[in-house]
Design a protein around this ligand. Structure first.
Ligand code: ADP
Ligand code: MG
Length: 211
């Protein structure tokens, strides 16, 4: 697998497309138990990244992830901007030596998710994006060297998003609804699943076996 930042323009495009293709569903999820702005927020971040994708592809991973973190923090703004920003900045800080392998990426991703947990004061089971990100980080770390890692990660992301349907939100705007938040998938969990699946699809196209 080509694991350089030259992949970033294609990855950003794939993320933009999946959010665009699923905008209606994501917006209705956020309208049901949030304030309906989730797609707009994400698209502000994705557009800011797309504008920088060529510059990002010239950087090493550590610098690129730092720039991604600062860009999403500034462009998305608000609570979710700082959560996504924290994820990427912590990944940059914890990245081991380059060149990047799936194992070193998995380690940095786990530390990024840990930082997001602390920033959001949230854990698994609270009906947020972390119900996708935490199991995906665990699966990626466990399966980094197995041939079906990409399929496993996608399955874990889909299962994680689906599991938020029966949860009661205890964080974010949806928590104001208490019991009434049950019965709807969390918008942030669904968008995380879609973005992870889009990224994995690009990566698996590039390689028949993991690095
Ligand atoms: P806002 O909540 O400011 O309107 P968005 O609509 O963009 O922002 O994002 C909402 C998503 O953010 C939720 O669906 C949830 O997944 C996630 N979220 C909200 N609060 C937290 C938190 N404290 N920790 C982790 N994720 C959170
Ligand atoms: Mg919202």
């Amino acid at each position: 697998m080509s694991n350089t930042t030259a992949l970033l323009p294609e990855l950003i495009l794939a993320v933009a497309k999946t959010i665009e293709n699923n905008a209606e569903e994501l917006t209705s999820l956020d309208q049901a138990i949030g304030d309906g702005d989730h797609v707009t927020n994400l698209q502000r971040g994705i557009q800011a990244l797309a504008a920088q994708s060529e510059a990002l592809s010239q950087l090493a991973w550590q610098a690129a992830l730092q720039k991604i973190g600062m860009t999403v923090m500034a462009s998305i703004g608000g609570a979710s901007g700082s959560l996504y920003g924290t994820l990427f900045l912590a990944m940059s800080k914890n990245l081991q030596d380059e060149p990047l392998t799936l194992t070193t990426f998995a380690d940095a991703f786990s530390k990024g998710v840990e930082a997001l947990k602390q920033r959001g004061k949230t854990d698994k089971g609270e009906k947020t994006m972390l119900d996708v990100l935490i199991p995906v980080a665990e699966r990626l770390s466990q399966n980094a060297n197995t041939p079906d890692v990409f399929e496993q990660v996608k399955l874990t992301a889909v299962t994680g998003a689906e599991a938020t349907r029966d949860m009661v939100a205890t964080k974010g705007r949806a928590s104001f609804l208490g019991e009434r938040s049950r019965g709807h998938i969390d918008a942030g969990a669904k968008s995380s699943q879609l973005m992870i699946c889009a990224i994995v699809d690009v990566l698996s196209e590039k390689s028949t076996t993991p690095p």
